[in-house]
Design a protein around this ligand. Sequence first.
Ligand code: ADP
Length: 190
Amino acid sequence: MRILILGPQGSGKGTQAKRMASSRGGVHVATGDILRAAAAEGSELGRRIEPILERGDLVPDDLMIDLIRERLADADAFVLDGFPRTLPQAEALDAMLAEIGKPLDAVILLQVGDDVATGRLQARSAAEGRADDAPAAIRNRLRLYHELTEPLVGRYREDGMLIAVDGGGSVEKVGADIEDALSQVGVRSR
Ligand code: ADP
């Protein structure tokens, strides 16, 4: 199983990606988690990206592409969460998956409106205190999603790979809808 999950911040992408990876037996490759771990380690890379994460800006494409290439080379089954976020990243992903002979099975788009997304992010901010869940950073992240990431949806739709799922329900409901949609297109669980 090789799945890409797309959707705005607060759509429940990370939660559903984790569920899919554990129920279907794949690696959850979450770029945000990888970057936050690097920042927490305080490595050279970590120091470079920490202020970017805090503002809710995007880490440079070349750095992200190298990081993903490394992860995907080792993984046969994966759920990719947080990458690609820009057109150059999407083009690089196509090229590297073709090169290693690991095409995607499906692209899931979790749809929620900005008001629902913002409400969920604010609730998470109160619970977890993530630096980029401050109001200005939330606005910046959603703006960048609409400007740079959302245009990728059309690409995957044209490829016939896109499965759009309403992300507004409970974790269980959204999870069940994803499972139904995947089995309809013949992406089987283990
Ligand atoms: P969210 O999707 O809620 O913004 P993530 O945990 O996926 O949260 O990402 C956190 C931050 O990590 C982003 O705001 C961005 O700074 C950085 N990041 C993650 N993935 C990418 C990517 N593919 N390209 C550039 N920056 C990224």
